[in-house]
Write a protein of this length. Structure first.
Lengths: 118, 118
DNA sequence: CCGGATCCCTTGCGATACTG
DNA sequence: CAGTATCGCAAGGGATCCGG
């Protein structure tokens, strides 16, 4: 966990790795969407729309598509009437749980640090 | 690490925590700046400017100020000629190392998953 | 060297309405 | 219900110049 100086080459790989991660998680909504799906394991479009306060259906649709392209979520059309669509994390998507969890913990710590109470 | 359904109240606190963390780490550059400072422990303005490829001095200045307000970094003016300014993580800022580290690991994993090689 | 001020442009995102 | 299409705005951010 220490950040001591290392060889330049490793450093570049690290930077690239952070960059790769950021590319996927960018935008205003991705983390919240993943967090929502992750919390319930499976979640329908309209449910996510409610979970993620403030998002529009256009944005949700766009973000979900990007997440799917990056193989983080799996999209399943259920043959109900009317049709519903279910989203769930892929195995690869599940590896994000650690990050979400860290982020949550850190957010709580930060709130105490800055605001002074939880 | 599992994401099983929990009581609504905990869920709301979780969401708020993620939100708090995102507020601080938002924008295009924060993570990279922190990553740069973290890697070297102490880092001068112009050095960070080089580390973070593509950032303008205006942006760097703005982002550093925000990070300082959130008590993640400490700013020190060195009385050299001309003046240089040094930035380092505060104790609180150092708690972000876990997240950066996880993000790095995940980025590498993701690259293998999507591109297929590192 | 640090970083503020100005100008300007791009694009992310919201609102709304519409289709299968 | 899930998703698409169109319009339009405002914030974010780049380029450049300036001052301490």
């Amino acid at each position: 966990m220490e950040c001591k100086p290392e060889f330049q080459d490793d450093r570049k790989k690290e930077m690239r790795a952070v960059h790769d991660a950021m590319d996927v998680l960018n935008g205003k909504w991705k983390i919240y969407i993943i967090s929502s799906i992750c919390h319930y394991n499976k979640r329908r479009f309209s449910d996510i729309l409610e979970d993620v306060v403030g998002i529009s259906n256009k944005m949700l649709s766009k973000e979900l598509k990007e997440l799917e392209i990056n193989k983080l979520i799996k999209r399943t059309v259920l043959e109900t009437q009317p049709i519903t669509v279910q989203y769930e994390l892929t195995e690869h998507g599940k590896t994000l749980k650690t990050i979400i969890s860290n982020l949550t913990d850190w957010g709580m710590k930060h709130r105490k640090e800055i605001i002074g109470k939880d």
